[in-house]
Design a protein around this ligand. Structure first.
Ligand code: FES
Length: 155
């Protein structure tokens, strides 16, 4: 068993199936995604088939099954961001990145995720790329934001 996953599992009673979602959240917080191996280990610990865990985890948008990219783009989909135009920004992000939420580009550079409120509603719509926040984002800003990371590498 992977040491990190083991440490997480030990915080929960063995076989406590109602702990499944918090366990998966802990693993994703630590690893950045849910690997096949970690799902198998969780299944053994909770006595649940891996297929059932996948089925449940895919129901929730919050879980990723691929490692995040070098630049992990998180788009807020909370109410304030939604009201101030996040839907159009989301469409532009998916178009420019050619990704759906939870996916990573083949070269491993970018990944996309939609999140709950990031706690800065007065600055909505909001995008976070790794630790950097972009505020009051309009669809026309998306290309520049993504390019700033590519150009930053070339300097
Ligand atoms: S709803 Fe987006 S920061 Fe709160």
């Amino acid at each position: 068993m992977d040491g990190k996953t083991n440490d997480i599992l030990r915080k929960y009673p063995k076989g406590a199936r109602d702990s499944l979602i918090p366990i998966l959240q802990d693993i994703q917080d630590q690893e950045g995604y849910l690997s096949e191996q970690s799902i198998v280990e969780v299944g053994r610990y909770l006595n649940l088939p891996s297929g059932k865990i996948y089925g449940l985890a895919t129901f929730y948008n919050q879980f990723r099954f691929e490692p995040p990219g070098q630049y992990h783009v998180c788009m807020c989909q909370g109410t304030s961001c939604h009201v101030t135009g996040a839907g159009d920004v989301r469409k532009e992000l998916e178009k420019k990145m050619r990704l759906k939420p939870g996916e990573t580009t083949r070269d491993g550079k970018f990944s996309l995720e939609y999140t709950a409120c990031m706690g800065a509603c007065h600055l909505s719509p909001l995008i976070r790329v790794n630790d950097r926040y972009h505020t009051r984002v309009a669809p026309g800003d998306v290309k520049g934001i993504l390019n700033s990371f590519i150009e930053g590498e070339e300097e």
